[in-house]
Design a protein around this ligand. Sequence first.
Ligand code: ZN
Length: 453
Amino acid sequence: MEHGTVILRANLVLPISHDPLPDGEVVVEHGRIVEVRPRSTLAGDEVLEFGDAIVMPGLINGHSHLEYTALRGWNDRVPFFEWIRGLVSLKAKCPAELWLPSAMLGAAELIASGVTFVSDNTDSGASAEALARLGLRGRVYQEVFGVETEPDDATILRELDAKLDALRQTLARYEASDRIGLGVSPHAIYTVRDSLMRALRQYAREQNLPLSIHASESSEEVALARSGSGSFAEMFRERGINYLHPRVPPIEYLYNAGILASDVQLVHATRAEPREIDMMARTKVSVAHCPRSNARLLTGIAPVYAMRRQGIPVVVGTDGAVSAGSLDIWEEVRFAALAQRAASYAAQPSWRDWIGMLTLEAAKAFGVDAHIGSLEAGKRADMVVVRTTRPAFSGVSDPYAALVLLARSEDVALTMVDGHILYRDGKHTELDVDALRHKVEEMTRHALAEHPT
Ligand SMILES: [Zn+2]
């Protein structure tokens, strides 16, 4: 099918860049969209007729940690500080060989919910290979940690350089270098000391790599930055780590340090204050919004309404399954939309805005809107087909409302990247998910069952 013409037909085509097209079809050739047009009787080499369904651009998951999929269910601790300490101790017990199958299992779950582009922050680097092997598009940020005095900045930068080279080789091996871009993630202000944060900013600028930073996620993080108090500060004192708190909240600190720019993604920004939102708008950063993770870890509801009013691009991310519970992007966007309405008493963002934030707006935030994010001639054939046959869809005429309020992974009939069908009618086309799941569960049980946390 790669070299022929494939036509996807359905009762509704949702190009995002244009108004919905009832009774439409999308024509694909050589992995690209060549035409979006009213339903015809023309034949292609392959015609896929979906009937009651919506054909739309593939969904963009703005933030995840795929390598930790295996740890879902093993860490129910709250609040955030207890949870992240729990995660660190679980990670330490797992063998390095777990991270690749774990990331692949997570990627498979995303594909089944219609995701075609994933932005993933990875410590082990395994998610780059997972995305490459499973045929996904995405951005992989190599995580960096360093809050103690050793190793020094130069050593950490050398290690980062070597890790990025290894990731480049992996992507080349799978011929995925065009599909998957790299970036750097200084993890957060409580895991990356000031000198290292600045060094990473400079390194990323020189290497032309974007940054992703967890910022202002929890009240514990804000207390540490503002006043050197709270759980993080106590932990540092216990460990003899001399943490120089900046005396301003986290995003204000990043602004003052010259870290923020249009190539920076701030993850969460749950506790962002009005003056920090001004700084974010001025420096044109984007925000990854992961509301289920925030709710589960008791960190709050991010001020998405206020951020968007200032023109800050917001993307929706599932975060890791280990904090959000699932990698179903529909669950994430539904929770995001409803929680935001409840918190802001405003009907904004609209249902249409939210679908835009999963597609074209997200593609713009990642700088890839020339290739993906909408159904337009010339763009890559990254698409998802959502069936609207369940009775719950009955009577909902606004497709954006239907998708935000009703759609779920089980409604996804097809997921396509570059014209390749990765998933169809409940099945991955090139992956035995059951076998993978059993392997991951067995490895995880073996590593953790004898060491209950
Ligand atoms: Zn994260």
